[in-house]
Design a binder for this molecule. Structure first.
Ligand SMILES: Nc1ncnc2c1ncn2[C@@H]1O[C@H](COP(=O)(O)OP(=O)(O)OP(=O)(O)O)[C@@H](O)[C@H]1O
Length: 228
């Protein structure tokens, strides 16, 4: 599903953020991406979403080479990726249901489809009765649930989560992780960048550890074990 072949990324200012990375992530996997600040985690994610292009090597997503993708193919590819961020990134003037519905609307879904799908995903994330609330009326954990509902409403192939529990207390973080696990069990691939060692050590999933743009560890049932 995601393949990197000898990928390097050198930014215009000369910083080498990613250095000769080769790995693959298969459909249905749950992968933690760990490493110290500046290790290249966000850059790796941006290479997958094609916000950045590799300076060398090839990034493949769902069988397509990101470098050879035509401009009009990019939105179609991004729809197959659900993004979840540390700071939720909800639209503040829209209710929970409208935030989720908007993600469908921009793909051209009809009003009828939106009305059918939104309550379903809100229920799946445990927010059945909270669709009419604005983000400001919700807790951090609830806002992250809305963000997850928005990420899954288009049935993506993969969810990429960049420190999704970074703003949440430990109990709420675990509730959110159970949700990700549930989504993964239904077949969606998950790639999650995190600094939460407790979660990584407890969940025993594949761990890819980056340091200075290189993979220093790639283990099944791995642990956080910071190389600092
Ligand atoms: N747009 C950019 N232009 C120039 N350098 C950049 C850019 N984005 C990131 N970098 C540099 O690339 C390196 C890797 O950064 P990146 O954001 O990928 O790390 P990270 O592992 O995601 O860090 P964090 O855990 O703090 O989010 C860093 O040295 C950073 O300063």
């Amino acid at each position: 599903m995601i393949q990197f072949y000898n990928v390097s990324k050198i930014y215009d200012n000369g910083v080498k953020a990613i250095s000769d990375l080769t790995f693959q992530i298969k459909k249905g996997e749950f992968v933690f991406l760990v490493g110290p600040s500046g290790a290249g985690k966000s850059t790796m994610i941006k290479l997958i979403t094609r916000e950045e292009l590799p300076s060398r090597g090839h990034v493949m997503f769902n069988g397509k080479n990101c470098l050879r993708m035509k401009g009009r193919e990019v939105p179609h590819m991004r729809r197959k990726i659900g993004m979840v961020f540390q700071d939720f990134r909800l639209l503040p003037q829209k209710t929970a249901a409208e935030n989720v519905g908007f993600a469908l609307e921009i793909t051209g879904a009809s009003g009828k489809e939106i009305k059918r799908a939104v309550p379903q995903v809100l229920e799946q994330v445990g927010l059945k009765d909270k669709g009419n609330l604005l983000p400001s009326q919700m807790s951090g954990g609830e806002q992250q649930r809305v963000a997850i509902a928005r990420a899954i409403v288009n049935n993506p192939l993969v969810i990429i989560a960049d420190e999704p529990t970074g703003n949440l207390d430990p109990d709420t973080s675990w509730e959110i992780m159970k949700l990700f696990q549930d989504i993964n069990r239904r077949g969606t691939t998950i790639l999650m960048a995190t600094h939460d060692s407790d979660i990584v050590d407890t969940m025993k999933k594949r761990v890819i550890a980056l340091t200075s743009g290189s993979i220093v560890r790639d283990e099944e049932s791995g642990v956080y074990r910071c190389e600092l």
